[in-house]
Design a protein around this ligand. Structure first.
Ligand code: BGC
Length: 539
């Protein structure tokens, strides 16, 4: 049992549909993931986050669950989950799975029974009204007009914050909470190390009957429930709210274990757009410190649009201009439907620098499959589907993702342009020492060896150069981490007295090692350096 494993961890996010097809039917599956766990361990990651693999009509990438307790046949069966968990455990990898209980699919038997019969116990599993009774804006405003839809069979409107095929659950109903307990107990017993709590902020709103302040009990209840059954299990919450509210989601360390930090994520992109460290440094100072038994989770790109709602309108426009100049690159009037590499013009130096920053931030980093090799997007696919293309393993047909005929693939591979699988793939980058894969892998493995970053205290370091992001993490020893967001070289001075005798332990190139005080550090264009005191270099 390692209850605090998440403190010093790197999580690798996988979409089971798109990672690896083991049986040649054109769709990724669970045995395919099991087959590639060595790759993930080799990268240095210590946990995987699996996106939904439950039974589903797949109108929302499996977030439209129609049975939380069974595996969709496209991915395999329960025995394949067990095998994956066993293999992950053998390799020291924790597995986090999705808990999607803010809504279900319209095809869920609960909803089917609820709509059929007003007297069914399932009726109260959902939210009904004779007339739409709130003015909440739908999550996908360009797709849905309202959060209420009329259901002919039920003779009432039902509420759905997301798509109309995803009715919201009534979380004030104790029977629904019991169902959630059954779901959590089931997967915990099989051996998962926790859950990503989908739409956590909306979940608590529903648990509070529309008032979030009255709904936090649900997070406490869930945390208690999982910790009692499996002390190491975490709740990783999707919470895209203003940072002042983060403390409510952490509680006294008795609510979410890990909080997906959209505030820092958005300011990271503003920093990249401006080639300046200030927005990121500012964001870090303006968010609360997590309580003792919790922390932030940080990432660059996930499976959704890059939702920029935590920025001001002007800031958002700045990021849009820099990274999504064409309106077709945008989604839902708030975000960017591109992967990181195309946003940074495939510049490997800049991509590596961005990763160096990611791994120097306080919190648990998450890397989505394909980011480690700089995969691209397919803008011909609609909405967020642009960033959901198969993993590019090699230059074999179908990018080594599947041996099915190309027309049977669940999603076409990217097979042209600068991000086509012929150019960007794991195999090609494995062969090259200075590839993005080599660099990101090296960073992850090094980062895992730096307990100060996971478990220590974080502080900004003043270096008087706008393009340089500089931080230190202190535990028994100290790590100093710098990255240059601009493509001009720069030399900075670090005046912290206790940082003498610091030398590189990881850098984008071979730099001359600093001597004396103040520390004078040169950084090349998009350069980065992680330093430690000489005698602490190896821990
Ligand atoms: C997921 C989205 C999904 C939505 C509705 C979000 O948390 O990240 O991909 O569409 O939940 O379930």
């Amino acid at each position: 049992m390692r209850p605090l494993w998440y403190r010093n961890a790197v999580i690798y996010q996988i979409d089971p549909t798109l990672f690896r097809d083991s049986n040649g039917d054109g769709c990724g599956d669970l045995p395919g993931i099991s087959e590639r766990l060595d790759y993930i361990r080799g990268l240095g990651a210590t946990a995987v986050w699996l996106m939904p693999f439950y039974r589903s009509p797949f109108r929302d990438a499996g977030y439209d669950v129609s049975d939380h307790l069974s595996v969709d046949s496209r991915f395999g069966d329960l025995a394949d989950v067990v095998e994956l968990l066993e293999k992950a455990e053998e390799r020291g990898l924790h597995v986090i799975i999705e808990l999607v209980v803010q809504h279900t699919s319209i095809e869920h038997p609960w909803f089917q029974q609820a709509r059929r019969d007003r007297d069914s116990p399932y009726r109260d599993y959902y939210l009904w009204a004779d007339e739409p009774n709130d003015e909440v804006e739908p999550i996908f405003p360009t797709i849905e007009d309202s959060v209420w839809s009329w259901d002919e069979e039920a003779g009432q409107y039902y509420r759905h914050l997301f798509y109309s095929h995803e009715p919201d659950l009534n979380l004030e109903n104790p029977r629904v909470v019991e169902e959630i307990e059954r779901i959590m107990a089931f997967w915990l017993r099989l051996g998962v190390s926790g859950f990503r709590v989908d739409a956590a902020s909306h979940l608590i709103e529903q648990a509070g009957g529309g008032d979030p302040d009255k709904g936090y009990w649900l997070l406490e209840h869930m945390r208690d429930f999982v910790t009692l059954r499996r002390p190491e299990a975490v709740l990783l919450g999707e919470v895209d709210v203003e940072p002042q509210q983060y403390k409510d989601y952490f509680g006294e360390g008795d609510r979410l274990t890990l909080l997906l930090d959209f505030w820092v994520n958005n300011h990271f992109f503003l920093a990249l757009a401006r080639n300046q460290a200030e927005p990121l440094a500012r964001a870090l100072t303006h968010q609360p410190d997590p309580p003792r038994r919790a922390q932030y989770a940080i990432w660059m790109r996930n499976h959704d649009e890059l939702d920029l709602e935590r920025l001001t309108e002007e800031e958002r426009e700045e990021v849009m201009q820099a990274f999504a100049p064409d309106p077709d690159m945008r989604a839902y009037d708030r975000g960017i439907r591109r992967r990181l590499a195309p946003m940074l013009d495939g510049d490997e130096r800049r991509l590596a620098m961005a990763h160096a920053i990611l791994f120097s931030l306080p919190g648990t980093p998450i890397v989505r499959y394909g980011e480690e090799i700089g995969m691209g997007d397919d803008l011909s696919r609609e909405e967020r589907l642009s960033v959901r293309t198969p993993m590019q393993w090699s230059n074999e047909p179908n990018a080594g993702f599947s041996c099915a005929p190309a027309e049977r693939l669940v999603v076409p591979v990217i097979d042209e342009g600068a991000f086509g699988y012929q150019k960007i793939n794991v195999y090609a980058q494995t062969l090259r020492d200075n590839s993005l894969l080599a660099k990101t892998g090296n960073m992850i493995r090094t980062r895992i060896g730096l307990r100060e970053v996971g478990c220590g205290r974080y502080r900004a370091v003043d270096v008087d150069a706008p393009s340089v992001f500089a931080v230190r993490h202190d535990d028994d020893s100290t790590v100093l981490m710098l990255a240059n967001l601009a493509d001009q070289e720069v030399t900075v001075e670090v005046h912290d007295r206790d940082l003498e005798d610091f030398v590189d332990l990881l850098a984008d190139t071979d730099y001359e090692q600093p001597k004396g005080h103040p520390l004078k550090l040169h950084l090349g264009p998009y350069g980065y350096r992680w330093l430690r005191r000489k005698q602490h270099l190896f821990g």
